[in-house]
Design a protein around this ligand. Structure first.
Ligand SMILES: [Zn+2]
Ligand SMILES: [Zn+2]
Length: 178
């Protein structure tokens, strides 16, 4: 991920709002991390930076709409991104060992924030681990690859996948409660 350092040196104590809707970041991230998604509603971030003695407070929100492949059947699945964040980033002290690179740094008298690092981090947090086109998605047949949402194939009758049986069990329990 290309770092993009935003100069926040002159931000006053009450903070300043920034808006980012450059879509290049998401295309770059998708390529770099080999992720498959398309933005349906462009991702947009609004955040406020408030300087602190040894770092900065960053509060904001990232929103947009994506299309990602369903984890079970690969059908295009809409995922709404609405991620709020509220973090304090400390400027690493000189010579200090850091576990995670900070999103803020000091360059001479300037204080800078890595916008791309911040937004990509929040974007990844907002993504569902296993996006599903529907809670009841039957997925693809592991034998022949048929989309089981469109109808059964012969394979399932021959041999019942125990994992699929477990999923069916869960679905039935849910239905009983509703
Ligand atoms: Zn699906
Ligand atoms: Zn099959």
């Amino acid at each position: 991920m290309t770092e993009r350092w935003l100069d926040i040196t002159d931000v006053q104590a009450q903070g300043r709002e920034f808006v980012f809707d450059d879509q290049e970041l998401w295309a770059e991230g998708a390529g770099e991390f080999d992720m498959e998604f398309a933005t349906q509603t462009p991702l947009s971030a609004t955040f406020t930076v408030t300087p602190e003695t040894d770092g900065a407070l960053v509060r904001g929100r990232l929103t947009g709409m994506l299309s990602v492949p369903c984890d079970r059947c690969t059908a295009p699945t809409e995922v709404k991104i609405d991620q709020r964040f509220d973090l304090f980033e400390q400027v690493p002290k000189h010579g200090e060992e850091v576990l995670e690179p900070s999103l803020v740094r000091r360059r001479g008298h300037r204080l800078e924030l890595d916008v791309n690092g911040l937004l990509w981090e929040e974007f990844v947090l907002a993504l569902p681990v296993k996006p599903l086109c529907s809670e009841n998605c039957k997925g693809l047949c592991p034998e022949c690859g048929q989309d089981l949402n469109a109808g059964g194939c012969g394979c399932s009758e021959k041999q019942l996948d125990p994992r699929m049986a477990a999923l069916r069990g869960l679905t039935i329990v849910k239905k009983d409660h509703s």
